[in-house]
Structures are given as C-alpha cells and as structure tokens.
Design a protein around this ligand. Structure first.
Ligand code: 1WB
Ligand code: MN
Length: 346
C-alpha cells in the first residue's frame, strides 16, 4: 500500500499528461505542415523546437517511470491519473488516429500494470471514426482495465453534440465511465481573435474552447438523451461554474425568446451538477475552489496538477492549505477521483 506516503493527505492527481514516441513523432510531422489549425504553434514549440529552445515538457511527457515517480515522491503525490497529452490523436487522419490511440492506450495500460498503486489511466480514441472509436473504448475498459476516456475538445472543428458522435457518448454511458474533455486551441470558426498574443493557448483560448464545448452539450440536450453520461472538465470547470446563473436564466427551457434553438429539458445548472465533475488543474485559487464546491457540490470537484505543464509543489501546497473541512479535503484530494474513475484504493 503506497497511500499516505508522508503520513498525510492521500493525493490522486487527475489531469496528468504523458506521451508516447509514436504520437510525438506524428505531432512533429503535423507541426511542420501549414494550415489554419491554431494548435500548430504550440505543438510546433514542443515537438519541433531546436534543442536549446525546447521546453522540458517532451522529456517529462515521455517519462512514466523513474522521473515522474521521483517528482511524485518528492512532493507526496500518491497517484497520477495519466492521459495522452493534447491534442491527442485528433489532428491526424482517421487511420493514423485509430492506430495511435491503440498504441498509446497499450503503453499507458502497461505503465499502470507495472505501477498499479501509482498510476491509473484514461483511454484515447479517434473521434474521426466513431465506430472504431467505440471498439477502442470497449477494448480499453474491458481488456486493458483503464479508468475512463479523454478527448481534446473539437475534432476537425466538430463537437460531441453532433449526432455522428453519439455512439461514443452512448458507449461511455453504457460502460459508466467518464469522458474527460481536455482543452485544445479554439476551432477554426472561433479562431480569429485568439491569433494574437498567444491567446490560443492555456492562457485563455484553451478554456474558452472547452467551456464552449460543455455549453454546447448542455444546451444541445445531450444529457436528456444520455442522462447518465458523466463529463469531466479541468481548470476549475473552464469558467462554466462562474457562469451558471446566467446560463440558467438565458438558457432555461421556458425562455421563449430563444425557443427556436432550445432543446434542453433541464436547466444548465441541473445538468452541470448531475452530469459533470470538475478538476482543479492549473487553477490554484482557494476562492475559486470554495466557490466551485459551494456551487456544484463537494462530490464533484477533484484535485489535479496538470503535470508537467504546471509544477507539482505549488499544486500540493494549494490542496494541503485550502480552507476546507477534513472531510471536504479528503474528497477533493482523492475520494471523488477514486469513485468517479473507479481507481483502486489499496
Ligand atoms: C501547455 C498546457 C501546453 C497544456 C500543452 O500542450 C498542454 C502549456 C499540449 O502550458 O504550454 C495543458 O494540458 O494544460
Ligand atoms: Mn492539461
């Protein structure tokens, strides 16, 4: 039993990025192409940079052994819930994406098998081909024993509320496993104002893109069709918790002003409390944490680091010093993640 490594709070970090050489090589290829995708600058900076300009991310992403465990040990982190880093396989053609999702899932599952008390993992799939995506999702859960799914927001500028993606939502609901919607840069249709000042990145564009995705699912009535589907959002809910009052007022089913485009049967906040959970990745703000817990319920908030893009030590200090009751802290630091992602506890 590796829990409570320093005799203190058990900590399961829930948005922890990694990569595999095959995916890194394809992203390096992709980042040399010209095209409108706003993911290209950041992907190029990580996978296609000259050695002296290369941030340390790539080395850290590819390490799900000694280096990562050393960082966890040094900071008293019990577990990483691993996921293939953004934009995952979603910039590739369907055949490449299907193959690379399989390769990445095999690699992550092998890391979990080697260190079952330190790692759990989310599975990737290729939304470009919903039929094959569902088969990989089923393989990931039933054969590889993975914990849920990750998707990096839009795929070729399309969002999961589109009917073509419904088999993916149906499969996640049927297997009772969450889909973590992780950010990527804004889709082509919303890209223009994000093209300056690196605004397409995690500084702002990531959150706007992903929050918009979540609102599409709620206002599109997706959770009337899939009432048990669970979506996880990082970054303290990508600003959606702060916007719920207005979403409810303007997006209430009875608002006749917008009846033409109002398929949702419930209030957005009802979906958000029933069908979503959020993680704290990259938002180490005690006031935002307190607000989120009070707004959407303590059972729906999970701690995360966003390793290696954010340093571990401040994220640990954030949860250890948060103004929470003991019971709340235990839920946010590990209990909710263990329940929602069905992570083994011993
Ligand atoms: C960064 C953050 C870059 C994330 C990423 O590249 C991802 C960054 C794919 O801060 O530079 C992330 O997952 O938050
Ligand atoms: Mn992240």
């Amino acid at each position: 039993m590796e829990a409570n490594r320093r005799g203190g709070l058990r900590k399961v970090a829930t948005e922890e990025a990694c990569s595999v050489p095959e995916v890194a090589a394809q992203l390096r290829q992709a980042s040399r192409a010209l095209g409108p995708s706003l993911d290209l600058p950041l992907v190029s900076g990580i996978y296609n940079a000259r050695a002296e300009e290369q941030p340390p991310y790539l080395r850290e992403l590819l390490d799900f052994g000694a280096g990562r465990l050393a960082d966890m040990d040094a900071n008293g982190v019990d577990m990483h819930l691993l996921s293939l880093t953004a934009p995952g396989v979603q910039m590739f053609d369907a055949d490449t994406a299907v193959e690379l999702a399989r390769v990445a899932n095999d690699a992550l599952a092998a890391a979990v098998k080697k260190h079952p008390t330190r790692f759990a993992a989310l599975a990737s799939f290729a939304p470009q081909d919903p039929g094959r995506a569902v088969r990989e999702m089923e393989r990931a859960i039933n054969e590889l024993g993975m914990n849920g799914f990750i998707v990096n927001s839009h795929t070729n500028n399309e969002y999961l509320d589109e009917q073509k993606f419904w088999p993916i939502l149906e499969a996640a609901e049927a297997m009772d496993r969450p889909i973590y919607i992780h950010p990527r840069a804004p889709s082509d249709g919303m890209a223009a104002p994000f093209r300056n000042y690196a605004m397409e990145t995690a500084v702002w564009g990531y959150g706007m893109e992903t929050g918009t995705h979540a609102v599409r699912l709620m206002l599109g009535g997706v959770f009337d069709r899939f009432p048990k589907l669970r979506i996880v959002l990082g970054h303290m809910g990508e600003a959606v918790p702060f916007w719920l009052w207005r979403l409810d007022f303007m997006g209430r089913p009875s608002n006749v002003t917008f009846r033409r485009s109002r398929p949702n049967q419930l209030l957005p906040s009802e979906y958000f409390r029933r069908n979503f959970a959020i993680t704290t990745s990259g938002v180490e703000d005690h006031l935002a944490l307190r607000y989120s817990i009070d707004k959407i319920g303590v059972d729906n908030v999970m701690w995360a680091i966003d390793y290696p893009y954010q340093p571990t030590a401040p994220a640990v200090k954030f949860i250890e010093t948060a103004p929470l009751s003991t019971a709340e802290r235990e839920k946010v630091a590990h209990g909710n993640a263990e329940r929602i992602f069905r992570i083994r506890t011993a």
